[in-house]
Design a protein around this ligand. Sequence first.
Ligand SMILES: Nc1ncnc2c1ncn2[C@@H]1O[C@H](COP(=O)(O)OP(=O)(O)O)[C@@H](O)[C@H]1O
Ligand SMILES: [Mg+2]
Length: 428
Amino acid sequence: MKVLVIGSGGREHAIVKALKKSSRIKKIYAAPGNGGIGCDAQCVSFSAVNIASMTDFAVETGVNYVVVAPDAPLAAGMVDALERKGIRCFGPDKKAARIESSKVFSKNLMKKYGIPTALYEVFNNAEKASEYVKLASLKYPLVIKADGLALGKGVIIAENRDEALNAIKLIMTEKKFGDSGLNIVIEEYLTGSEITILAFTDGKTIKPMISSMDHKRAFDGNKGPNTGGMGVVAPAFRYTKNVADICERTIFIPTIQAMQKEGCPFKGCLYIQLMLTTDGPKVIEYNSRFGDPEAQAVLPLLETELLDIMEAVTDGKLDSVDIKWSNAYSACVVLASGGYPSEYKTGAAITGLGENGMCIDSFALKNGVIVYHAGTEKRGNSFYTTGGRVLNVTASGQTLNIALETAYNAVRTINFDGMYYRKDIGKY
Ligand SMILES: Nc1ncnc2c1ncn2[C@@H]1O[C@H](COP(=O)(O)OP(=O)(O)O)[C@@H](O)[C@H]1O
Ligand SMILES: [Mg+2]
């Protein structure tokens, strides 16, 4: 089989490495990929949202299966376009991808089907929204969300009325996120622990993966600006069997049934962001794909071949696959460029990596540390930074502490100019 993985980050590197375990795959392409992915797959250099180039390439090269990993191509209908050419895909079609690409769609879905989530109102007009946030009965903080995709920046937590009015102005009047802000959701602020559940679903059956917990803030102590994610541990220690059972019954199964009833069954990886509140687990949002960096911590624990599960999802036969997980713990530490998530430099030489992109340190090698590349390019036998999040160093162990220690030991053998990382992953 020839497989194409669309995307260019650490998540895609984790997917490529997991797929490589299948002997049925003869060739893996990645579009556009990155320096590290290029050590495991052949990179082809067109953009992940270029539907025409992607379908032409897949047809001409005889690609049999495509994994569409990022949100933007899914929302743009990449799966629909490839399937029209007869190419099998992993990922939801455009209609089902609305569960992520429109927060108005997903909130209304949850309300209609009684799936627990924060109370909310939808607005398509800045004046009405502004009147609403002035209501004396409203409690602050309030959460204001642009409807559409906004690179993870479209959510503003307003501490008071002025901040709420500013958020409405920024999103709806100044159109900071373009058409993504034509509609907004204003919702109740929830408190509790945030947990991520990734789940395989073929639209009928849903099989949750190992739980995980991302660390979104840039600095230690959960301080600093929100980022794409600075580290992950799996499983999430607060996600007990009891919580899992409640989620299965009140969230997971109702969600896939709701999508079926709406005529847009969801096939692929459904990402469910949960808040464990004192009122029980509630959905913060859904994503229509693997999380980044959650995938980098979760996929190394998968013992069943990823390709077998993905194909079962595509064929609507997920119920027939027995998915096995390691009972180890996994920890992923993100190495970022100084200044990220604001401005940062690129082009720095990375030391500590071999020509295959993995750690050269003997302790790391002995302990199976994996370095997933997020923002790198390879020149000669060396790697250089190209992004804000650069490398994702992942280790597993029989306890969370062992996994964390092993990952941090490896991290300390890698360096580039301006490199920074959180030293307290797994402590929150
Ligand atoms: N209702 C809410 N209560 C408290 N925090 C929230 C709420 N909604 C979102 N957040 C916080 O904002 C983050 C981003 O919101 P989310 O809906 O996941 O949007 P996106 O990931 O698309 O930016 C969440 O991970 C969570 O930390
Ligand atoms: Mg989110």
